[in-house]
Ligand binder design. Structure first.
Ligand code: SF4
Length: 251
């Protein structure tokens, strides 16, 4: 398995903003992966996860002549920082229209309140929201729906999945639907359990909604499995090996 987030053949990580608010926003923050990586890399000197802006990294997308997909600001939450920084990053993404940019936040309301006016529905910028349980999804989904209505590409990361999530609560309750769903269990030394039935359920919902679904990793008896293959048993592996992408990603 490569160290890419989504096994995209043209994936490039880009972090012009790093860090996050010191106050956790929900259960998914308890074992924050980005905080753990930053702390490790900076030898524990100072607050290694304090929000930081890196202007020297802003022109990185310009250096790629062929289209790429940039998971952007994944080493933190780009909606938990000074919004002038986020606005500059949005401007750079907008100007590099040959690339696709994936953004992710737990602060969905900030996407709508602080940024939506800037460039309505830029086709190459994917606004994503992560949710770990039904309560978080119910709070954040309405903002994502509103952004979709404004013409943005939207996506959802159900990671770490800590409970079953009904992404479409019932007929008629959807204003719109996301363009991509990613789902996976928690990793790391303090990972919490993720029932495989919750993953199955997400796959099934995506199939019914006709939304591409990407299963990133699953919990098999407390073991994190990324390469979902035959050692799980043929039927299990076949049902869970779902690695779908939006057509815009050109995979
Ligand atoms: S919002 Fe995201 S980046 Fe910030 S602490 Fe929580 S999991 Fe980490």
């Amino acid at each position: 398995m490569s160290n890419s987030f989504y096994d995209l053949k043209n994936e490039v990580h880009w972090n012009p903003i790093t860090g996050c608010d010191p106050d956790p926003i929900s259960l998914g923050c308890d074992n924050c992966w980005a905080r753990r990586i930053r702390s490790r890399n900076l030898d524990g000197n100072g607050d290694s996860f304090a929000p930081q802006f890196h202007p020297d990294r802003l022109d990185a997308p310009l250096h790629w002549s062929k289209p790429r997909i940039f998971p952007t600001c994944f080493m933190g939450d780009w909606m938990a920082v000074d919004h002038r920084w986020s606005a500059i990053v949005m401007e750079v993404m907008w100007r590099n229209s040959k690339h696709q940019f994936l953004t992710l936040t737990k602060r969905a309301e900030n996407l709508l309140q602080k940024l939506y006016w800037q460039h309505r529905g830029q086709g190459n910028v994917w606004l994503g929201v992560s949710a770990e349980n039904q309560e978080c999804w119910n709070q954040r989904a309405p903002f994502l729906c509103a952004l979709k209505e404004l013409g943005w590409h939207t996506w959802v990361s159900l990671e770490p999945l800590l409970g079953p999530i009904n992404i479409a609560p019932g007929p008629g309750e959807w204003i719109t639907k996301p363009d991509w769903v990613v789902v996976g269990c928690e990793s790391g030394p303090r990972r919490r359990p993720c029932n495989t039935d919750w993953i199955y359920n997400t796959i099934e919902q995506c199939r019914n909604l006709n939304v591409p679904c990407y299963v990133k990793q699953i919990d098999v008896g407390g073991r994190v499995v990324k390469d979902i293959n035959d050692d799980l048993g043929w039927r299990t592996a076949t049902a869970l090996m779902v690695r779908q992408y939006p057509k815009e990603f050109g995979q």
